[in-house]
Design a protein. Structure first.
Lengths: 463, 112
């Protein structure tokens, strides 16, 4: 840097001389005395400045020669290159400087490593709930559950999903139990922009409740609608292979899901449930596989409607050949309504279950037969929710008023057969977008069993 | 309300379904308006940069697609890598096209 100053000084002298020469050449006569004295003074000042710069350069060279060799290595160029002259006048980095730089580089590298995308992505999500139920005819009880969801994307086209429902609850006999159910274990491969194939344990696209609205932070009610609850008539998870995707059509789109699975099992030896389908046992009782699918249509992004069907042979080898056909229709609309200063959410699904007639406990050896009954069942729900999200007051904005009618009907001559209707009214408070406090009261009516009105409270959260 | 008479049940179903159909109709009308509005807006946006258009497309898809089923989580909830995995999961679960998933991912990663 000092060398630069010296060069600038020499340059100034040269320019001054050139200027004088030019002036002399341009002038018609010799310079005046005043001009001569001015030039002489300028020349003396420049000479003095050059001498001072030379002296500084010699001092720096001497100081550099006295420094240890290591300290004057190329590392010295780092701060100089960055244009950072040290306040003390020394341009060369010391060991402390290099150590500090190395530490800084290590810290940056560490941060980069922590945030590096890597080749594979791994994420743990899921949901959970803590609930309280006071039901007529049963002791009031708390319950809790958590459902971690593991997502692993080893490469951009592949996604591996695994999830489990871990819960604790108390049954009608006041017995507490802990459950651990694997609910997802599948691998997906994106074929192209419009198709995905996969296999494993997956949520069956039968209707949309289990596939879309089941998690406690998405379901606006503390419990499931009757056809999709325990003892319902809609499948939840199945083991098998599937293909799903979407077909855009102008501004709308069609969705499709096709699958082959082990299928549900017919319950034949339970006096309380004979004739019902068991969707929680993934063992296939025969070599016939269940085949099913769903076709959806979205005329607009906020409206979806669909039709689902599944067919399967459901009997074991020791029972008469029995087939089941399940069908469902669904409609889901979410709409902001300005004059209501909020959003309306309307969901409905209806499920129709047909199982071939069969004779259960034909020889009476199990103590409840022989019985033969019409095994058609149906049920569904219609729910309407309103959230005044456009109000200024946060307390009101986070409220949601919910109402659901659900029904499950089966032949009264079937074991456990009944017709149950429920009307549920509730108020939710959204603490965050994925944490909700739900309160609801259910008016229940059964034609055979005891009515079970219930008061429910639940905190649902998404991880 | 101790019991629900058959008449009341059908009234409940009818009113709920009726309100739902009104919502459908309101949704269709609103979307028609939105389509017309978006046509005018698209004319105005011709001067916008390609990246702006991409971001807006992702934002609209994010709002429309995700809120159909659940509250939308703000972009800052997750890192870029987490959003990539989550959108992949939701692409399969919600039957999104690859283009929709890419636009949503791009928007979320640019906004978190």
């Amino acid at each position: 840097m000092r060398s630069g100053k010296i060069l600038v000084g020499f340059g100034a002298v040269v320019l001054a001389s050139a200027a004088v020469s030019a002036r002399a050449a341009d002038a018609e006569g010799p310079p005046t005395r005043e001009e001569y004295n001015q030039l002489k003074q300028d020349s003396a000042e420049l000479r003095q400045e050059v001498l001072e710069l030379k002296k500084e350069l010699q001092e720096e060279r001497a100081a550099r020669a006295q420094m240890p060799a290591a300290a004057s290595q190329p590392i010295a160029s780092a701060p100089a290159a960055a244009g950072e002259a040290k306040p003390g006048g020394n341009d060369f980095a010391t060991h402390e400087d290099t150590d500090a730089i190395e530490e800084e580089i290590k810290a940056i590298k560490s941060d980069l490593d922590l945030n590096h995308n890597g080749v594979s992505n791994f994420h743990i999500a899921g949901d959970g709930e803590v609930g309280f139920t006071a039901m007529k005819g049963s002791k009031s009880t708390f319950d809790a559950a958590i459902a971690p969801l593991i997502l692993w994307q080893p490469q951009p086209r592949i996604l591996i999903e695994a999830a489990a429902d871990i819960g604790i609850s108390t049954d009608d006999q006041n017995n507490s139990s802990t459950s651990f159910d694997l609910t997802l274990a599948n691998i997906n491969f994106l074929v192209n922009d419009y198709m995905n194939i996969g296999g494993g344990l997956f949520v069956v696209p039968f209707g949309v409740y289990h596939r879309h609205f089941d998690p406690p932070w998405i379901n606006k009610f503390p419990d499931d609608p009757l056809p999709f609850a325990d003892g319902g008539i809609a499948p939840g998870e199945e083991v098998g292979a599937f293909i799903d995707g979407v077909v855009p059509f102008r501004n709308s789109k069609f969705t499709y899901d096709v699958y082959v699975t082990n299928g549900p099992n017919l319950i034949t030896n339970d006096s309380e449930a004979a004739g019902q389908l068991n969707f929680d046992d993934f063992t296939d009782l025969n070599n016939n596989k269940a085949v099913g699918g769903r076709i959806g249509f979205l005329p607009f992004p906020n409206i979806e409607m669909g039709y689902s069907a599944m067919g399967a042979q459901v009997n074991s080898d020791h029972f008469n050949s029995t087939y089941a056909v399940l069908q469902a229709v669904d409609l889901n609309v979410r709409q902001d309504v300005d004059w209501l200063k909020g959003a309306i959410d309307f969901r409905t699904e209806w499920v129709f279950s047909h199982v071939d007639r069969a004779t259960y406990d034909p020889d009476g050896s199990q103590g409840f037969g022989p019985i033969n009954f019409n095994n058609d069942r149906n049920g569904g729900y219609v729910q309407l929710c309103y959230r005044p999200r456009k109000f200024d007051e946060k307390l009101i904005r986070n409220l949601e008023f919910v109402r659901r009618y659900d029904r499950l009907a089966s032949s009264h001559s079937a074991p456990g057969g009944d017709t149950e209707d429920r009307l549920t009214l509730g108020v939710d408070y959204w603490i965050t977008p994925s944490v909700v406090l739900k309160t609801a009261y259910e008016f229940d009516q059964k034609k055979v069993g005891e009515n079970q009105n219930a008061f429910l409270v639940q905190v649902g959260f998404g991880l | 309300m101790k019991t629900l008479s058959s008449t009341k049940k059908w009234i409940m179903i009818a009113t709920s379904t009726g309100l739902g159909l009104i919502c459908v109709a309101a949704g269709c009308a609103s979307n028609s308006d939105a389509t017309r509005t978006s046509g005018a807006a698209s004319t105005q946006s011709t001067l916008a940069s390609a990246s702006d258009t991409t971001t807006r497309g992702g934002a609209e898809l994010w709002a429309d697609t995700c809120s159909r089923c659940h509250n939308i989580r703000p972009p800052e909830y997750y890192s870029d890598a987490q959003w990539a995995t989550i959108v992949h999961h939701m692409r399969i679960r919600a039957n999104l096209t690859g283009a929709e998933a890419r636009e949503i991912t791009k928007f979320l990663q640019a906004s978190n």
